[in-house]
Design a protein around this ligand. Structure first.
Ligand SMILES: Nc1nc2c(c(=O)[nH]1)N[C@H]1C(S)=C(S)[C@@H](COP(=O)(O)OP(=O)(O)OC[C@H]3O[C@@H](n4cnc5c(N)ncnc54)[C@H](O)[C@@H]3O)O[C@H]1N2
Ligand code: MOO
Length: 407
């Protein structure tokens, strides 16, 4: 078992151990935000046939070559075609077929003229000017052509893409399955927000913040509730969580206190401990283990520490399980807007928000930075990466940061 490893080693070691979960098919109504698990090529032209863009008459342009107001082309209307129906007759010289918007172009016709531009008496149609063959016709395949690649495997399904899939007749969309992520909180002091607060107890925020993170990523959280600081109970709950999910996250009980027994419980289950403790603050006591090819990640119980290690270490794993190519958060540099007065013996991540002013990117701290404070996560969309051994930070200095990109 490794201990005190750099964050990047923790990230890459774990990323190598996860694969996208299975594929499944979902309905169009459930598809937005999911990732395509296969390339999609269209089996049809869209639109599937040449059609009319307006309510008018389909005819042959050749009949109108010499047409004028004084000497109009006179045509015989032989049929009417509504959208959704097909013409029974063909347009031949001297004839026209009335077509509604969306109706197929009748065979033999090479131009469509709108109602407002003709005069009609009985079945007789007068066209007062010459028409250009090919005008006012929507061609088959104008949108997409049969065989064309519509979207590649790994593409996120957006509303226009969902619409296009519907347009080419894909009703069941192949997507990567939602990874099931079990979340379990440990701690004798932790109670459900629905309970009455009692002395010494604290409401369970981790279960819900991490469950919300999983949902936002597109995974399916499996909320396992709270388990007391008893090894047997933790063993039982983690075993159950393993059976119900593709990845297990626990919070609390990973430090060195007398009741920090998640590491011992993992060993009792027979899980292989991959590492314990990452060289970062907050969240350093994170533990990662594997059992039957499933990962179990034990995060610190401190709400901000749990959140930050989730963003930096767990979210990339979930993204890969959901089919994303690279789940690692991007890095940026920015000008610090505030002072931060503490020195950092350990590598430290500070909660901040990006602000762009006059094209310059600034990082503004979002509030109190201690490891239990959740409020400063609310506006946080970047984590400033302060190297180990750094002294206090001063407003105006350049810092590097990891984009967590929530909100
Ligand atoms: N002697 C040492 N003590 C501690 C060390 C150390 O190195 N030596 N490390 C500290 C650091 S850093 C951290 S981080 C914490 C990690 O402790 P645990 O992961 O074992 O977490 P707990 O002790 O169970 O809880 C920490 C804190 O968070 C509160 N908590 C726990 N679960 C929840 C929850 N679901 N929702 C809201 N709040 C929760 C809990 O009450 C504690 O206050 O260890 C330090 N100690
Ligand atoms: O790792 Mo604890 O690092 O302060 O939250």
């Amino acid at each position: 078992m490794k201990t005190g490893i750099p964050l990047e080693e923790a990230q890459t070691t774990l990323l190598e151990l996860v694969r996208p979960v299975k594929e499944c098919h979902v309905s169009l109504a459930e598809a937005v935000g999911r990732l395509l698990s296969q390339d999609i090529r269209t089996a049809i032209n869209l639109p599937p046939f040449d059609k009319s863009p307006l309510d008018g008459y389909a005819l042959q342009a050749g009949d109108t070559e010499t047409a004028s107001s004084e000497n109009p082309a006179i045509l015989q209307v032989i049929e009417e075609v509504r959208a959704g129906f097909v013409p029974e007759k063909q347009v031949t010289p001297g004839t026209a077929i009335k077509v509604m918007t969306g109706a197929p172009l009748p065979a033999g016709a090479d131009v469509i003229i709108k109602f407002e531009d003709v005069a009609r008496t009985g079945n007789q149609l007068k066209v007062m000017y010459p028409l250009q063959a090919g005008s006012n016709i929507i061609r088959a395949g104008e949108d997409v052509r049969q065989g064309e690649l519509i979207a590649a495997k790994g593409t996120v399904l957006t509303p226009p893409l969902v619409g296009l899939l519907a347009g080419i007749g894909v009703a069941a969309v192949p997507v990567f399955s939602k990874a099931k992520v079990a979340i379990l909180s440990t701690g004798d002091e932790v109670i459900d927000p629905s309970e009455k607060l009692r002395p010494g107890k604290i409401y369970n925020s981790n279960l819900h913040s991490l469950g919300a993170c999983c949902s936002q990523l597109g995974a399916a959280p499996v909320m396992m509730g709270v388990v007391p600081d008893e090894q047997a109970a933790i063993v039982e709950h983690i075993s159950r969580a393993l059976a119900l999910s593709d990845l297990v996250i626990t919070t609390g009980g990973v430090s060195v206190g007398d009741y920090d027994i998640v590491p011992a419980a993992l060993k009792q289950i027979g899980a292989e401990i991959i590492f314990w403790k990452v060289d970062m603050k907050p969240g350093s006591p994170i533990i990662a283990a594997q059992y039957n090819n499933k990962l179990i990640i034990g995060l610190s119980g401190n709400p901000a520490a749990a959140f930050i290690t989730f963003d930096l270490i767990v979210a990339p794993l979930i993204k890969r399980m959901l089919g994303f190519e690279s789940g690692l958060p991007p890095k940026i540099s920015a000008i610090l807007k505030d002072n931060f007065n503490k020195s950092s013996q350990q590598r430290r991540f500070l909660r901040a928000k990006v602000e762009i002013i006059n094209n310059i990117r600034y990082a503004k701290l979002t509030g109190e930075q201690s490891n239990g404070v959740l409020k400063s996560m609310i506006d946080c969309n970047i984590l400033i990466d302060v190297p180990a051994g750094n002294g206090p930070l001063v407003a105006g200095q350049e810092v590097s940061a990891v984009v967590i990109g929530r909100q």
